[in-house]
Design a protein around this ligand. Sequence first.
Ligand SMILES: [Ca+2]
Ligand SMILES: [Ca+2]
Length: 94
Amino acid sequence: MHGVRKGNLIEWIRSHPILTTLILLFLVFMAYQIVLFTSYVENDNSNTNCSVDMYDCAEFDSCFEAMNIYTACKDDVHWLDGDGDGVPCEDLCG
Ligand SMILES: [Ca+2]
Ligand SMILES: [Ca+2]
């Protein structure tokens, strides 16, 4: 049988081309999963999309949440501060 000692790793790869291919495919697959997971986490964290109106005051449970979204986007793109006095969602923060 072949050992997997440091010196003959290349020899082992040469004599197990199919197994090596499967291992490489598995590693690529795992890397792909990590990339997918990472982008998912990033999307989840960047829920402060400032390009479109994504939130309304009714969706927040607290003034803290409303403030986080309101302050994350410069131009009040979500229309949280309808009267423009700098305080978003008067029902929560008023
Ligand atoms: Ca809105
Ligand atoms: Ca206001």
